[in-house]
Design a protein around this ligand. Structure first.
Ligand SMILES: CC(=O)Nc1ccn([C@H]2C[C@H](O)[C@@H](CO)O2)c(=O)n1
Length: 105
């Protein structure tokens, strides 16, 4: 069996929101849906690979792109149009996504 992943990256501009506890979810595609609830994961900046904090995974649930709403945007600490724009640009044409909830440790 494959080990649970222990690292996640975020765009550098988003990491202050993760570190401050304002951003409590992330939405990823299938390639990043293998995080395991209860495990601790190190958070790094995508562009510079600098560690910024540790999080505990709370849940991983399937989410359709078309279901993304204001509540998700609040938890992402982003305006909804900006969140959908980022997701469309990172995962073009992908409807099946995964909602990863976490807390700071
Ligand atoms: C490698 C990669 O895809 N990295 C990502 C993907 C997404 N994000 C952010 C952007 C949004 O806030 C949410 C939703 O996807 O997650 C990211 O920081 N890094």
């Amino acid at each position: 069996m494959k080990a649970a992943p222990t690292k996640i990256t975020f765009f550098e501009f988003l990491t202050p929101f993760v570190v401050s506890g304002k951003k409590t979810i992330t939405i990823r595609d299938e390639s990043e849906c293998h995080y395991v609830p209860g495990t601790h994961v190190e958070v790094f900046t995508l562009e510079t690979d600098i560690k910024v904090c540790d999080i505990e995974i709370l849940s991983v649930e399937p989410l359709q792109y078309s279901e993304i709403n204001e509540f998700h945007a609040e938890q992402e600490y982003l305006p909804l149009p900006k969140l959908k724009e980022i997701i469309s640009s990172v995962y073009p044409g992908t409807e099946q996504l995964y909602l990863i909830s976490y807390k700071l440790v």
